[in-house]
Design a protein around this ligand. Structure first.
Ligand code: GDP
Length: 295
């Protein structure tokens, strides 16, 4: 994960680690390299710039130049700032409802259906919940089938109404079904489009308003870099979602989305997807991710 970024940051710190006596020129050079590494990883320019400014201020505040191991101190400062940038402590999903309704949003292909299955499986096996999956994609019959396949794989019931073209009704009926059949979590998988458009936004906003979910999650493909951040912003403006799911972190992704998204939408990343299998889901811990990024 993020091998390229890890390599480049490692090289940046070499500048500091290699010198007996550290000068402010060395520190400035290191920060320049750190910034370049972030930009190469597809982190937005302003975020990268603000990041290195904060690191510099901290380095000055902690008298980096006079410490015995300035390289190590700089790594620690960068790690703390990265953790902060990606979010504070890990946050779970809100399961306080009866049933708890979780609405999934995101573009087509982002990994919504796969993640809906992963989350259902996680809640069933790790949290002892009885989830119901709901297929609300009224445009692609294949999407409904895909959710049924996923449901069968993990032994979770899937609610669908293939003839009904009203996603609000389907979602409401599913919640009624859940209430009368003892399901305590309802995961609503919605239709996605290839790009953000008004119709899709209106549709999901209507579903959101009608079912008032405890938790609205935005699913995004981490391979899409800065586009991931722009899409997140568009969805957040309409849905004011509660958390982000970053998928495909097992792929050849550069890391920009993971690093930038929290500071753009001010919502935590809650889970990551790390593969196509139902078990490939991890709770997102910013400090562990920062550790991995720094190698
Ligand atoms: P949706 O259109 O948003 O419902 O997206 P899908 O759930 O159908 O996922 C699109 C493709 O991405 C499928 O081929 C999934 O198997 C794949 N996929 C989803 N999540 C992950 C992940 O975390 N890692 C990898 N490698 N592939 C994923």
């Amino acid at each position: 994960m993020f091998d390229n970024l890890t390599d480049k940051l490692d090289k940046a710190f070499h500048i500091l680690k290699g010198h007996g006596k550290i000068t402010d020129v060395n520190v400035a050079d290191t920060l320049k390299e750190v910034r370049r590494a972030l930009l190469d990883a597809d982190v937005n320019f302003k975020i990268a710039k603000d990041f290195t400014t904060r690191v510099k201020e901290k380095a000055i505040g902690e008298n980096v130049l006079t410490t015995l191991q300035p390289g190590q101190l700089m790594v620690k400062i960068v790690k703390d700032e990265l953790t902060e940038l990606m979010g504070g402590d890990a946050e779970g999903v809100n399961l306080s409802g009866n049933p708890s309704v979780i609405l999934m949003s995101g573009l087509q292909g982002s990994g919504k259906t796969t993640f809906s299955g992963k989350l259902a499986n996680f809640l069933k096996t790790k949290k002892n919940k009885k989830p119901l999956l709901v297929a609300c994609d009224i445009y692609r019959p294949a999407a409904i089938n895909q959710l049924h396949v996923v449901g069968e794989q993990i032994g979770v019931e899937v609610y669908s109404e293939p003839e009904n073209k009203n996603p609000v009704e389907i979602a409401q009926n599913a919640i009624k079904h859940a209430k009368s059949n003892g399901f305590n979590v309802v995961i609503v998988d919605t239709a996605g489009r290839l790009a953000v458009d008004e119709e899709m936004m209106n549709e999901i906003a209507n579903v959101h308003k009608a079912i008032q979910p405890q938790e609205t999650l935005f699913v995004v493909d981490s391979m899409t870099g800065q586009d991931a951040v722009n899409t997140a912003k568009a969805f957040n403006d309409r849905l004011n979602f509660d958390g982000v799911i970053l998928t495909k972190l097992d792929g050849d992704t550069r890391g920009g989305a993971a690093i930038s998204i929290k500071s753009v939408v001010n919502k935590p990343i809650k889970f990551i997807g790390t593969g196509e299998k139902m078990e490939a889901i991890d709770v997102f811990y910013p400090s562990r991710m920062a550790d991995r990024i720094l190698g």
